[in-house]
Design a protein around this ligand. Structure first.
Ligand SMILES: [Zn+2]
Length: 159
């Protein structure tokens, strides 16, 4: 048991709070999940959810506008199954415009927020089975926990 060692060092992500797993930080855990997509079509089908969930738990790098837009697409996708092709079209559209997506690094201010699930609950070493289901569960908790933060006026956004 090495629990005391894990808790002593700052081994948690300063933004999403995910613990390191086998020395991998949360970004590396995301990479490990994405690498599984090649052998897991079900997981591959959740690609948008995986990346969106990760980004929504790491908003500091994005402009307000970008993160709000992402949260809306995420919600629409979960509500109505917004096709990924439509999401790609919109993303391409905003990329063509002058929309700034990323903040300059000096302006990023990560704030620790505690979530009921993080990437560390999705990436289970030696258990690639069921990763797609874990992504869905992860996305569902994020949706619930974001409800009152990023989407205060979501119903009027469709007007
Ligand atoms: Zn993190």
């Amino acid at each position: 048991m090495h629990e005391d060692r894990e808790h002593r060092t700052g081994e948690h992500c300063p933004e999403c709070g995910a613990p390191r797993i086998d020395g991998m930080n949360c970004w590396e855990q995301l990479g490990a999940i994405l690498a599984l997509e090649w052998q897991d079509p079900e997981l591959q089908a959740e690609h948008f959810m995986t990346v969106a969930s990760y980004n929504l738990q790491h908003p500091a790098q994005f402009t307000e506008q970008a993160i709000t837009g992402l949260a809306q697409q995420f919600r629409e996708y979960l509500n109505k199954g917004l096709p990924v092709t439509e999401i790609r079209r919109r993303v391409a559209q905003s990329a063509e415009g002058k929309t700034k997506v990323l903040k300059p690094e000096t302006e990023r201010r990560p704030v620790l927020k505690l979530w009921s699930m993080t990437i560390a609950d999705v990436y289970l070493p030696n258990q690639p089975q069921g990763a797609a289901a874990r992504v869905k569960a992860w996305a569902a908790t994020i949706r619930k926990e974001l409800e009152h933060e990023l989407l205060p006026n979501s119903s009027s956004a469709h007007a």
